[in-house]
Every structure is written in structure tokens, then in C-alpha cells.
Design a protein around this ligand. Structure first.
Ligand code: PMP
Length: 363
């Protein structure tokens, strides 16, 4: 039987996405794919809430982030990167690997980036070319107040704004244009309920200017080459054709539900999971009010190990929840509630978690 997958991505695929994935292959340089690519890009722009161009790389989310970095910077350019978890760390590590001069603004794992700290960091570093923010830090269960933080970036500087919203787009409010976000990075296996394989990005006119000036070596990840191919209705290299089939089906569902209902559903799920976690005597790793509505990081009672909880959930119920990543490995378990799930799914998972943690606490 299929497992009850309750991790923050890949997320369970709806039936219509699964059916679409079974479609026969087409020529990726032919008329059918051209139509599909055009349709999917236009509809993604709507989900990203932007007039900016959408690029689709055959890649995981990390590939999309690396692409953004090698296209926006030249070696030695300065970046202010806000780091408060595994994914902020990763973005900073990628930039450093390519010789970007990175200033990190660290905030404690489990808290959000403070607007005041960001303002001070921008004043102390007036010459940064790009500011990087993680929208939803999947490792800690924190959603940064992106609207407010974006506003501060624009008030204090002319820097470009790069946002990792791999686990946010489609599930959490994100106003790409109103908030002036130059590059947003997402991925197919999160709120879109598709298989991994596509990283979707939006790129603003200002970002395109930086791309034209950037001297960073790149080939596969070159934005300009991908843009030119997209304008012709194709991709420079063979794309993950099937994931496009899936995305088109997922977009049907997402559009049918509508943005505000989608955001409300995730908000309700977040509230429900957090209330249940506290009711069963477990803890929330993230500080309110910036708890994520797509993933909850849960702390356990003394003597109850995350690994044991996950093993028992799997053994008893075939339910798969996520562990903590890196330094949070022995600290939290995480439940994903993004994309296509029902409240029933979550209620069931929470009841199972209650039974398992109580049983383990008695051992
Ligand atoms: N950023 C965030 C916020 C994520 O949640 C993830 C995936 N968990 C990534 C980046 C990396 O995406 P991928 O695993 O698809 O490379």
C-alpha cells in the first residue's frame, strides 16, 4: 500500500496528476510541447502573482537556486544573505562556492528574521548587489514575514531581491510584483503536488539587467539561453516532459481552488496541527507568530527520540513523517501539510503521533 506521506515534499500527488504523468512521450521540440510549455509558464506566472518571465529548469530546487546565483552575480560581487536554517545555509554555501562575497545575517533557528536586524544589516552593508531571503525555512518550520522584509530591502537599498520560496509558492501568500521580488525560486514537488524534476523561477526586468552584466561562468544554468529557447516554445536541453504533464493537471486543481482558498486551507492546517501538537503535550520548535503553515517542526518529551517516533509511525501505520535536518536531527520531527492533503489526513497523522509518543514515553 502507498505510504501516508506527511513530509514537506515531495508531497502526495493527486489522482489527476498521476494520470497525467502516464501520458505518452512527445517530441520536446514539437508543437504539442510548445503549447504545453507556453500554457504552463503563463499559469505559473499567475500562481507566482507576477508579470515577470517564468523559467523552467529541469532540476531540483537547489539547481534553481544555483542558477539564480550564477546568473545574478559576478565573482566578488557582494550579497547579504539571511540565514536561519538549513536552506539559508545552503544558499549561502552555493554563493560562496562561486566566489560571491557573502555577508550573512544570521537569525536563530526557529525564529524569523527581524525587520530591524535586516534594516541594520542593510545600513551596515550599503553596497550589496543582492539580498537573499528564505520565504519558508522548511528545516525549522518558520515563515519569514516576507512582505515586510521586502519592503525594508527596497527602502534601504537598490539591491536585487532573491527569494527561495521552494516550499512557499502556491501554498503561502507571496506577492512577487507587489513586494518587488526580482527572482523567486520554487520546485515541482512541493505545493504543486508533482514529482520532483522542475525548478520554476520568476525573473524581473531588473534581474535580467544583472544577468546581462554577470560574468559568472555557467552553461546549463544560463538564464539567457533558457529564455531564448522558451521564447521559441522549447528548452535548450531535453526537459522533464512528464513533470510538465503533471504540472498542467496540478494547475487545473490549484486554479479551481483559487489562491485565497488555497492560502486559507494551509492556514487552517497550520493552526490545526499546532493546536493538536500543544494539546498532546508536545512542543513547537518555531516561535509564534511566524510558524509555517506548510510544515510544523515538533519537539518531543525528554527521552523520546525523533528517530524512534518516525520508525514507530512507519511500522504501526505506514505513515512517514520527516526528521530534523543537520543540527536539528536529534531535536525535531516535522509534519508536512502542503499541497494536496485533506484535514482528515492530518487528523489521522496527529492521532497516530499522539499514540506513538505516549507509548515511547512509557518505555
Ligand atoms: N529550499 C527550501 C526552502 C526547501 O524546502 C528545499 C527542499 N526541501 C530546497 C530549497 C531544496 O530543494 P531540492 O531538494 O528540490 O533541491
Amino acid at each position: 500500500a502507498a505510504q501516508n506521506l506527511r513530509i514537506p515534499g515531495p508531497t502526495p500527488m493527486p489522482e489527476s496528476v498521476r494520470a497525467a504523468l502516464a501520458n505518452q512521450m512527445v517530441n520536446h521540440r514539437g508543437a504539442e510541447f510548445k503549447l504545453l510549455l507556453g500554457e504552463v509558464r503563463a499559469r505559473l506566472a499567475n500562481i507566482f502573482d507576477t508579470q515577470n518571465e517564468i523559467l523552467c529548469f529541469t532540476a531540483s530546487g537547489t539547481g534553481g537556486l544555483e542558477a539564480a546565483i550564477v546568473n545574478l552575480f559576478s565573482p566578488g560581487d557582494r550579497a547579504l544573505m539571511v540565514v536561519g536554517g538549513v536552506f539559508g545555509e545552503r544558499a549561502a554555501a552555493i554563493a560562496q562556492a562561486f566566489g560571491v562575497n557573502v555577508t550573512r545575517l544570521e537569525h536563530s533557528w526557529g525564529s524569523a528574521c527581524s525587520p530591524i536586524a535586516l534594516r541594520d544589516a542593510l545600513r551596515a552593508n550599503p553596497d550589496v548587489k543582492v539580498v537573499y531571503l528564505t520565504h519558508n525555512e522548511t528545516s525549522t518550520g518558520v515563515t519569514n514575514p516576507l512582505g515586510r522584509l521586502s519592503q525594508i530591502v527596497h527602502e534601504e537599498s537598490k539591491a536585487l531581491l532573491l527569494v527561495d520560496s521552494v516550499s512557499g509558492v502556491g501554498a503561502l501568500p507571496l506577492e512577487t510584483d507587489a513586494w518587488g521580488i526580482d527572482v523567486v525560486v520554487s520546485a515541482s514537488q512541493k505545493a504543486f503536488g508533482c514529482p520532483p524534476g522542475l525548478s520554476m523561477l520568476s525573473v524581473s526586468p531588473r534581474a535580467w539587467e544583472a544577468v546581462a552584466q554577470s560574468r559568472m561562468p555557467r552553461y546549463y544554468w544560463d538564464f539567457q539561453r533558457l529564455r531564448e529557447a522558451h521564447n521559441e516554445g522549447s528548452t535548450p536541453y531535453t526537459p522533464a516532459v512528464s513533470v510538465f504533464y503533471g504540472l498542467s493537471a496540478a494547475l487545473d486543481l490549484m486554479e479551481h481552488e483559487g489562491a485565497s482558498a488555497r492560502f486559507t486551507r494551509h492556514q487552517r492546517a497550520g493552526d490545526m496541527v499546532r493546536n493538536a501538537v500543544l494539546d498532546m503535550g508536545l512542543g513547537l520548535f518555531a516561535d509564534p507568530p511566524h510558524n509555517s503553515n506548510v510544515v510544523t517542526a515538533i519537539t518531543l518529551p525528554e527521552g523520546v527520540a525523533p528517530k524512534d517516533v518516525r520508525d514507530e509511525m512507519r511500522a504501526r501505520y505506514n505513515t512517514v513523517i520527516a526528521g530534523g535536518q543537520e543540527r536539528l536531527k536529534d531535536t525535531v520531527v516535522r509534519i508536512g501539510h502542503l499541497g494536496f492533503f485533506s484535514e482528515e489526513d492530518l487528523t489521522q497523522t496527529l492521532e497516530q503521533l499522539d499514540t506513538v509518543t505516549k507509548a515511547l514515553a512509557r518505555r
